[in-house]
Design a protein around this ligand. Structure first.
Ligand SMILES: [Zn+2]
Length: 97
């Protein structure tokens, strides 16, 4: 069972004259974000499927790097077959490591 993880990482706003991160560094940051979040989810959810429907959870990770604030905002979107499994997935997601 392969976990479905989709990433949507993008940059918002105009770059400052002397940006904190240049384009290459932003790409590096996005790549390491994909790796660390994707890897963490795959570890936590290895072999975890809904007990009732045998379906794995689906994740979408949205990340927006705001050029003017020089901040990265990450959001997790979780999609499951049913509410009971969503509760279980959220419990696992909120567990430390
Ligand atoms: Zn289910």
């Amino acid at each position: 069972m392969c976990l479905n993880i989709e990433f949507d990482l993008r940059v918002d706003g105009e770059a400052q004259a002397d940006p904190f991160l240049d384009g290459y560094e932003l790409e590096q940051m996005f790549a390491s974000t994909r790796q660390s979040i994707g890897g963490g989810l795959r570890r936590k959810f290895a072999g975890i499927v809904c007990a009732e429907h045998a379906v794995a959870p689906r994740f979408k990770i949205s990340g927006v790097y705001d050029n003017s604030l020089e901040e990265m905002d990450i959001q997790y979107h979780v999609d499951t077959c049913c509410q009971g499994f969503l509760m279980r997935v959220m419990r696992i997601l909120n567990q430390r490591a």
